[in-house]
Design a protein around this ligand. Structure first.
Ligand SMILES: [Zn+2]
Length: 390
């Protein structure tokens, strides 16, 4: 497979970073012409390993994130489509059918072609009404030209070896003026000052900024009609329309290159600093025993705390993770529990190990354990960094 830049097609990729615990030996490159950040080699087919819930690059055989983006995509579509019409929608990587279900509810005359290669989840969409399930990778799905009013692609484009080829195919299958809705992870998340998890995971081959993703979509023959929300540092949600304008040439972009390189440098140093502070965080959490300590969130932050901070999970009275529990029974030897278990746990302290869902976890924890003291990951990290520096 070629090592030219996927966006500008130049032989100008320069290695900038080597991720932690990459099982595929991936290296992160920045294009010295357009600034697109991309992983090499472009391995997009690897044998499925066991569910890996890891803070490292090997994270990600647990696919549960897409469901959280259903409402955002649906609201974006409602702004530009008449939901009472007979809409034909292509759902790329339909996963467990969460989006398809919500869309069919909101658009009573619509029909869906759902494309999903993962046999572990595809069947969940097989019985949906007004839905045709295609069990294939999007690159191999046989789809009719000009069939669709909307193409919806949620957290898929960053996994593809050749996203430009797939975008060209989305263009082909859309009707004139049809809508493309793309949602992808935002590289701006690595600016978070309390990041500890490896953001450059093996399953993601492209690492988009708002600008690089918009450029790629424009270069594929679309007109952007809704740019990503600049306040959302986790996701890039873009709505575009199939257009007939000449595809813009990809000009050199020194600012995008500088931003990408500065961002990677800052990420490496803040992540190294935070990883080295995890032992202090583990020590603070351990100091709350003999109070009963519950931890909520057993994903990547928890994994980092155990692996890098030598935190001892057996100190916990309770380890809660309502999303992961559906995929894995135990984490680092400790069984996962549902939130409801907090009701009878008599916890003195609840540690919230989440960044993106901290607010909603705090609300639920207050309801289930009104007398417990609640500690937030971000506060623990700030104190740990301070202790480390002192
Ligand atoms: Zn490039």
């Amino acid at each position: 497979m070629s090592n030219i830049c996927e966006l500008c097609r130049r032989d100008s990729l320069e290695q900038a970073y080597e991720p932690e615990r990459s099982t595929r030996g991936l290296k992160i490159h920045v294009c010295q012409h357009c600034g697109l950040v991309q992983s090499l080699p472009r391995i997009d087919r690897a044998p499925r390993a066991q569910a890996a819930v890891s803070g490292g690059a090997d994270w990600g055989n647990v696919r549960y994130g897409k469901g959280f983006r259903t409402q955002a995509a649906l609201s974006a579509i409602k702004k530009y489509a008449d939901m009472s019409k007979d809409i034909a929608l292509l759902d790329v990587g339909s996963n467990r059918g969460s989006f398809a279900r919500a869309f069919l509810d909101a658009a009573p005359n619509a029909n869906i072609v759902a494309v999903e290669p993962d046999e572990r989840v595809a069947d969940l969409s097989a019985s949906l009404e007004r839905t045709e399930l295609v069990r294939a990778r999007i690159e191999e799905a046989p789809l009719e030209t000009g069939r669709f009013d909307i193409v919806h692609s949620c957290h898929t484009i960053e996994h593809l070896a050749e996203p430009m080829r797939v975008l060209a195919d989305h263009w082909r299958v859309l009707k004139p003026g049809g809508l493309l809705v793309v949602d992808a992870p935002n590289i701006a998340l690595i600016d978070s000052e309390d990041i500890v998890e490896e953001w450059f995971i093996d399953k993601h081959l492209y690492h988009f900024s708002a600008r690089s993703l918009m450029r790629m979509i424009s270069a594929s023959g679309f007109e952007i009609i809704s740019a990503p929300d600049l306040n959302d540092r986790e996701n890039l949600l873009i709505v575009a329309r199939k257009a007939y304008t000449a595809f813009p040439a990809i000009e050199s972009d020194s600012r995008e290159i500088e931003e990408a390189e500065a961002r990677l440098t800052a990420y490496m140093s803040s992540r190294a600093r935070n990883l080295s502070a995890l032992t202090a965080m583990a020590a603070e959490i351990s100091s709350y025993a003999p109070k009963r300590v519950a931890m909520w969130g057993a994903g990547r932050l928890f994994d980092s705390l155990v692996v890098h901070g030598q935190f001892e999970p057996s100190l916990l009275s309770l380890l809660i993770d309502k999303h992961l529990k559906a995929h894995v029974g135990t984490r680092h030897g400790t069984a996962l529990q549902e939130p409801e278990a907090l009701k009878d746990a008599n916890a003195g302290v609840v540690v919230v190990m989440s960044r993106g869902f901290a607010d909603e976890i705090v609300n639920e924890a207050r309801r289930l354990a009104p007398r417990a003291e609640i500690l937030l990951y971000s506060d623990l990290m700030a104190r740990a960094r301070h202790a480390k520096a002192a």
